[in-house]
Ligand binder design. Structure first.
Ligand code: SF4
Ligand code: SF4
Length: 595
């Protein structure tokens, strides 16, 4: 006899995740989504974590996906507001192993402060949206979502609503999907979202959306169901179930993959019937897209735009429209594929000036050590992100403010070892690095967090932050000590002088080899605040053998000459190259004593 489970929608999603080969599940509790992680935590083969908030959960899942395992992250609808920063840019980077985001919306606000319709996030982020309409689909659509995620290299939004999340029904288990973990391959153009990479990825996203629309036309998730009356309904999610019961003889366009909208399938419904209604809870998400095709439709003038629907409500709302004279049938005016802009050409005659770290920037020492230690470096947003660009090429990822630590935790959890470090600036650490550090400690994550503390918010022009105590009006306030903060959380922390290369190297080496979680604060003020007299470093051509060790720093003031390294007048005299050179070929120039 066929085995049947009796599951809530949330439980069905957790079981569907196990069946889909997911290995990492995380989220933040929020009604109506909570039971997905709770159930996942009971299923053998799934690693499940509560995270400190939805943003950290999203970033942790991204790290696990990057490391190569299928990852599922769950939250209620307002949680996606908290996680919107990583989510929006994740659309650009795409995924390695599949990544699915479950948003559980709450029409009627049974347990929520607002009633937002998160289908809009799919349009906003240009990602596919799946809407199961019962428990079986909640189970089945998880595997469909992961297949789409990997085929189209995109996060997928799986949207449920309270009635589906908490309602129970029969679920027939399916044959498990066989998936192997994917190898992680460094790809900075894809995963480091600095402007020059993001512009390329943005076009990939726009082209992907067209390919997804073509898929929406042929996928069995979108079904045109024939009826026996001259009336058609477009619906998705639980609204389809209500409408189906209210109008069993109607034609239906049932959308399981409801974004992007399949225009041809909509057109075929209009060729079959002379009256069409859209039945959907909350916003006129589908209705507006149908109207944009120039097609007459009954929508929110009949179906309430707030609260939950049910079959009786749908019937009484639409029944009066059935007896009205049908509008003249029209063909859809399908919008053409959007045009993409032509990237501007560099102005002729002007030198190309790629962004680089400033000469003498002490972030270089950290990157030089990381490269030598062969740790993946999951980065963050600040001037240190420039370390991802030539000549350093030192970062593996940059997603959004504060993403590095959560991604590191997910990456290392997926691989079960300390394979990646997080690199985050002092200002970014205060912005949104503290919560993922708490999370990593709470979940006993492995990892090395490098805080590049240059005592300012350098990228935007040297603004103060809580670590400096310097306020917007220049007055001095209390300063927060990063080391004490980390230790207060319970994470061991070492603070080293970032200009002392050997001390930094040994602090990073120690922490990389110790189990558990640790922080190294590499502290030295931004060189632009402490710049010394330029031109104070000289090269001894007899000692320099052009080994290139100092070039690891990527300082633009160091230029290889024919027979020895040369130092240009961009040099700020930071002295880092003097420390790095093992042949003593670099030194400070001692000015001759005057007469
Ligand atoms: S001292 Fe060396 S590393 Fe520092 S700015 Fe000058 S050349 Fe560059
Ligand atoms: S200055 Fe020193 S580190 Fe740089 S190339 Fe010459 S010998 Fe190598």
């Amino acid at each position: 006899m066929e085995r049947v489970l009796f599951l809530s929608g949330n439980e069905a999603i957790a079981h569907g995740a196990l069946r889909a080969g997911v290995r990492f599940v995380c989220g933040y509790p929020g009604t109506p989504s909570t039971e997905i992680v709770e159930t996942a935590a009971t299923l053998e083969g799934l690693h499940a974590e509560w995270c400190v908030n939805e943003k950290v959960a999203m970033e942790t899942a991204v790290g696990a996906s990057l490391a190569g395992v299928r990852s599922l992250v769950t939250m209620k609808h307002v949680g996606l507001n908290v996680a919107a920063d990583p989510f929006m840019t994740l659309s650009l980077t795409g995924v390695n192993a599949g990544l699915v985001v479950v948003t559980a919306d709450d029409p009627g606000m049974h347990s929520s402060q607002n009633e937002q319709d998160n289908r809009t996030y799919a349009k906003f982020a240009k990602v596919p949206l799946l809407e199961p309409s019962d428990g079986q689909e909640a189970y089945d659509f998880v595997a469909e979502a992961f297949a789409l995620s990997e085929e189209f290299d995109t996060p997928v939004l799986l949207r449920t609503t309270t009635r589906l999340s908490h309602g129970r029904g029969r679920v027939v288990p399916r044959v498990p999907v066989e998936v192997e973990p994917r190898d992680y391959e460094r790809d900075m153009t894809k995963y480091v979202m600095v402007p020059q990479h993001a512009r390329i990825r943005n076009r990939v996203v726009l082209e992907r959306l067209q390919a997804l629309r073509a898929r929406a036309e042929v996928t069995p998730l979108n079904v045109l169901e024939a009826g026996t009356v001259d009336f058609g309904i477009i619906a998705s999610g639980v609204a389809h179930a209500y409408a189906r019961e209210a109008f069993p003889k109607a034609w239906f366009l049932k959308l399981g993959l409801s974004h992007p909208l399949p225009y041809d399938k909509v057109a075929r419904l209009y060729q079959s019937v002379s009256r069409v209604a859209v039945v959907e809870e909350l916003d006129p998400f589908l209705e507006e897209q149908v109207r944009a095709l120039g097609l007459p439709v009954v929508g929110k003038e009949a179906i309430p735009a707030d609260g939950e629907l049910d079959q009786e409500l749908v019937f009484t709302a639409l029944e009066p429209y059935l007896s009205r004279r049908p509008p003249r049938r029209r063909r859809p005016v399908v919008p053409p594929a959007p045009r993409l802009s032509t990237p501007p050409a560099p102005a002729p005659g002007l030198p190309v000036r790629p962004p680089v770290l400033c000469p003498g920037c002490t972030h270089r020492s950290v990157y030089a050590v990381l490269r030598r230690r062969r740790l993946a470096a999951l980065g963050d947003i600040g001037c240190y992100t420039l370390g991802a660009l030539p000549p350093l090429l030192a970062l593996d990822s940059c997603l959004c403010m504060g993403a590095s630590i959560g991604m590191m935790a997910g990456f290392n959890a997926a691989l079960g070892r300390k394979a990646a470090a997080a690199v985050i600036g002092d200002s970014t650490f205060f912005h949104s690095g503290v919560t993922p550090l708490i999370d990593a400690h709470y979940n006993e994550s492995q990892g090395l967090v490098l805080v590049l503390d240059n005592r300012t918010t350098a990228m935007t022009g040297h603004q103060g932050h809580p670590g400096t105590g310097r306020r917007a009006d220049g007055s001095e306030g209390p300063a927060v000590d990063i080391g004490a903060l980390c230790e207060g959380v319970g994470v061991r922390c070492t603070t080293v002088d970032a200009t002392d290369y050997d001390a930094l190297d040994s602090a990073i080496a120690d922490e990389a080899e110790r189990p558990g979680l640790g922080v190294v604060v590499a502290r030295a003020p931004c060189i632009l605040m402490t710049r010394r007299t330029p031109g104070t470093v000289v090269v001894d051509p007899e000692r320099c053998n052009l080994c290139g060790l100092c070039l690891d720093l990527g300082c633009p003031a160091l230029v290889p000459g024919d027979r020895a390294m040369t130092v240009t007048d961009q040099c700020t005299g930071c002295g880092l190259c003097i420390e790095v050179c093992r042949r003593g070929a670099l030194s400070y120039h001692e000015p001759e004593a005057g007469p």
